[in-house]
Design a protein around this ligand. Structure first.
Ligand SMILES: [Zn+2]
Length: 502
């Protein structure tokens, strides 16, 4: 009898926790899987793509005996030179069901270290170290994390909101991750795709919260995608990732909220990468099992909590940078992720009107992928409404608009700090809402945005409400209709309809 060996792991959650521990080796179990058809051994068709640009160590002789580390009250440890292989396997439903051994797992995910890296050491003035080196990446990430942290502390020190203390965080600069994706589908086609994780950044939670940067791809360097730079060199990327750290800390304070969302995020470690490449969405769409579960996710409450996480992180970047008009206004992110832009790259409005509502709830990923871009920059710029970053961008743009309307005309304090406080108050009220579970996608989106308006109402403190109510009418038309119709229980939790006499 022929058998095929797959490497399996005990649980995804365990691996994720392990993956966040820069100095811990993952344990791998090997289990023999009996495939359903006798006399059949799967031969994987192998393809590889996406080579990374090599990132040099600037000062190879500098080490922690001689140099300065990047540790601080905020940074627990900063590492460079980490090299990993990540392998995932997906077995289609019927292949799996026909398998005789019930100990097998349909989906596996494992991480193995090639190199565990070493702490960053600096033997010269940090400002003289080029940004496109391993040390330069770590310095840039730390600087951005410091800015984002300073804003959090400024709000916390004001004392008007009770906020949790942030734990120290780990940095992992220019990490090399080779991803091997194996799948066996219902037609017995076995594929193995290999690519490097590039052009991205991520925050990983767990016992060792970690900010991670990935190298630029050779393709992006040649075609000048994403501004032609590695993401750690782009202002706002790690303020955004730090925003996820704040979100995670606040949502887990005093017990985790939105458990099904957390479970989904733990099972899909690529969910909150800085950007979702179109190739990732295409891969999901090409595998029926993944496509079906993704289709469910896009309609669920979890998708909108995930979008809120992304929207909040973009807002945190924007306020940490003191509200620049050109944030992320570079190739591939232009308009979409620029919080100030009222439209996406294709001209669709970020306001909650009929068009955006239909895109959000009626467009299928497979239909979105059918658009044929004319150039690589077109291809990476098109917004996908099945992507939490895009729905999050609409949330960020519209929430910021109502917050702006609650800022006093002659503010006595920095409006970035005041809006950051409102954004945190917004998260607190969402976390405190005990009627949020199992609402479904539409009501969840409605509640999330209604709470943003409610937050700005509470910060208006009796001042003229005309501007705020005008923003509600212009940026939230479909939601206003729902709140007035009171279609489902208690969507207008903040009493926006009566406050603005809608
Ligand atoms: Zn993000």
């Amino acid at each position: 009898m022929n058998k095929t060996a797959f490497a399996l792991t005990s649980t995804t959650a365990l691996i994720l926790v392990m993956a966040c521990q820069p100095k811990t080796k993952t344990k791998t179990e090997y289990v023999t899987v009996e495939v359903p058809k006798k006399d059949k051994v799967y031969e994987f068709t192998r393809e590889s793509s996406g080579d990374p640009v090599e990132v040099q160590v600037y000062d190879p002789n500098c080490n922690d005996q001689r140099g300065l580390g990047l540790r601080s009250a905020l940074i627990a440890e900063a590492l460079i030179g980490v090299d990993m292989v990540r392998t995932s396997t997906t077995i289609e439903e019927n292949i799996w069901e026909n398998a005789k051994e019930k100990s097998i797992t349909r989906q596996t995910y494992e991480m193995d270290y090639i190199s565990q890296g070493r702490p960053v050491a600096l033997c010269r003035d940090a400002s003289t170290i080029p940004v496109n080196t391993q040390e330069g990446a770590a310095i840039s990430m730390k600087s951005d994390a410091d800015t984002a942290h300073a804003l959090y502390q400024a709000v916390k020190n004001k004392g008007s909101l009770t906020l949790p203390t942030l734990e120290p965080i780990y940095l992992n600069a220019a990490i090399k991750v080779k991803m091997i994706d194996r799948s066996v589908n219902a037609d017995d086609v076995a594929r193995e795709d290999t690519e490097y994780q590039t052009d991205n950044a991520v925050f990983m939670g767990g016992t060792h919260p970690t900010l991670i940067s990935y190298p630029q791809s050779k393709q992006s360097q040649q075609l000048k995608l994403l501004g032609g730079e590695p993401l750690w060199a782009i202002k706002g990327v790690f303020q955004h990732e730090f925003g996820h750290f704040i979100f995670s800390t606040m949502m887990n304070e005093g017990g985790a909220s939105f458990l099904s969302y957390h479970e989904h995020a733990a099972a899909h470690p690529d969910l909150h990468l800085f950007q979702t490449p179109a190739s990732t969405l295409a891969r999901i769409a090409s595998q029926p099992t993944q496509a079906a579960s993704f289709g469910e996710f896009v309609k669920s409450q979890d998708f909108f909590i995930g979008s809120l996480n992304e929207g909040f992180a973009d807002m945190w970047a924007y306020y940490s940078l003191k509200q620049p008009a050109d944030m992320f206004d570079i190739s591939c992110f232009a308009k979409n992720r620029n919080l100030v832009s009222p439209t996406f790259y294709n001209g669709i409005s970020k306001s909650w009107d009929e068009t955006l509502w239909n895109k959000t709830f009626s467009t299928k990923l497979s239909e979105e992928l059918q658009e044929k871009p004319t150039s690589p920059i077109e291809a990476c710029s098109q917004p996908f409404f099945s992507d939490i970053h895009i729905i999050g961008a609409a949330m960020a743009h519209t929430a910021d608009a109502v917050f702006a309307a609650a800022v006093p005309t002659n503010p006595t304090q920095d409006s970035s700090v005041l809006k950051a406080e409102m954004a945190l108050a917004w998260l607190k009220s969402i976390k405190a809402s005990n009627e949020f579970d199992d609402l479904g996608g539409k009501a969840s989106l409605s509640r999330i945005m209604n709470t943003a308006v409610g937050t700005s109402i509470s910060y208006l403190k009796g001042a003229d409400k005309t501007a705020l109510c005008n923003v509600v009418t212009s940026k939230f038309p479909v939601l206003v209709k729902r709140w007035k119709d009171a279609k489902t229980d208690n969507e207008d939790v903040s009493g926006v309809v009566s406050f603005c006499s809608l």
